[in-house]
Design a protein around this ligand. Structure first.
Ligand SMILES: Cc1ncc(C[n+]2csc(CCOP(=O)(O)OP(=O)(O)O)c2C)c(N)n1
Ligand SMILES: [Mg+2]
Length: 330
């Protein structure tokens, strides 16, 4: 297990700030009609889960995400300008503007893709785990998915196979308690998801997904378990999304009191307050970091705005199967 240092504490703060600023900003651009695609799912409120796990992971680890994956990619070091450009549908984006928010990927970086089909990234991460074991690597393949995937059969097929073959896979639930407008209690007969995982022989745990230190520690422990060759793990990280399902959803299905209660446990403020109280941060230092992050996000927006859209034939490349050769020739 890695030791929790002041340096890591600060890095977690910076990452959470980056996620918050990026998401607020991209949400604003979406409302102004500057992004490509009709939907945008933001992870504001879920920063501790993304940052805690993202920082506990190591170089060479693989990951896939669900449709709410910006924060996770940022936590793994995704570049804000290329991410913003991708969401704007521009050629300078990670997938040349053809993936967008819900299909962003960077294989060289271990990001095997976001996926808009609930649960569909899970078997891809399973394959990643198989590859890592086959190659004898000490890495882990992490599947991030929402609570909506907890009742998809594919999760249980994948957990069975991962346990059977002792694959280094971490099944990670970003459990914000809602699948669109449906609360988890209206979708799941039992909330004992760790027990479900354990019934397959998958080592499971639950964590307070608003507390980044707890998430970092628990994720580190589970990842190490797999690195040591013990097989797959399952982490249920309990969190909340502060925006609606999509940026324009006002979430009429949630009580305002419930939203206020969760916002009271804002993961960024919790971490900041703890750092200030322990003498590891001053308000002034925080403001300075916040300004730096703000400038980085503003630069990303400018970069995306100034970039071009992909044009024919590039526009159709890698989008359709090309049985008769590449679109537009070489
Ligand atoms: C297989 C499938 N069924 C339904 C949908 C429509 N859909 C998109 S997002 C979503 C809710 C997902 O909830 P959850 O997994 O908890 O993720 P969250 O949005 O809360 O992050 C649904 C039902 C889909 N994309 N894929
Ligand atoms: Mg959810």
């Amino acid at each position: 297990m890695n030791e929790f240092t002041d340096q890591i504490q600060k890095e977690l703060l910076v990452t959470m700030l980056k996620i918050r600023e990026f998401e607020d900003s991209v949400g604003e651009m979406y409302l102004r009609g500057l992004t490509a695609g009709s939907m945008l799912h933001l992870s504001v409120g879920e920063e501790a889960t993304a940052a805690g796990i993202g920082h506990a992971m190591q170089e060479g680890d693989y990951f896939t995400t669900h449709h709410r994956g910006h924060g996770i990619f940022i936590a793994r070091g995704g570049k804000l300008d290329r991410m913003m450009a991708e969401i704007f549908g521009k050629i300078t984006g990670y997938c040349k503007g053809k993936g967008g928010s819900m299909h962003i990927a960077d294989i060289d970086f271990g990001h095997m893709g976001a996926n808009a089909i609930v649960g569909a990234n899970i078997p891809i991460s399973l394959g990643g785990g198989f590859t890592l074991k086959y190659l004898g690597k000490k890495n882990v393949s992490v599947a991030f998915f929402g609570d909506g995937a907890l009742n998809q059969g594919i999760l249980y097929e994948a957990m069975n196979m991962a346990a059977l073959w002792k694959l280094p896979v971490m099944f990670t639930v970003v459990n914000n308690q809602y699948g669109m407008g449906t609360h988890i209690k209206r979708a799941s007969a039992s909330l004992e998801f760790v027990k479900r995982a354990e019934s397959f022989g998958v080592h499971g745990a639950e964590v307070d997904g608003m507390d980044v230190e707890k998430v970092w520690n628990k994720a580190g422990e589970l990842l190490q378990y797999s690195r040591d060759g013990n097989g797959p793990t399952f982490l249920n990280s309990i969190t909340y999304r502060f925006y609606g399902h999509g940026r324009k959803d006002p979430s009429p299905y949630r009580a305002k009191e419930e939203e206020a209660e969760w916002k009271n446990r804002d993961p960024l403020l919790l971490h900041k307050t703890r750092m200030i109280e322990s003498g590891n941060l001053t308000e002034k230092e925080f403001q300075k970091i916040a300004l730096q992050v703000r400038a980085e996000v503003d630069k990303a927006v400018e970069f995306a705005k100034a970039s071009s859209e992909p044009e024919f034939p590039e526009l159709y490349r890698d989008v359709y199967v090309e049985p008769y050769g590449r679109v537009g020739g070489k």
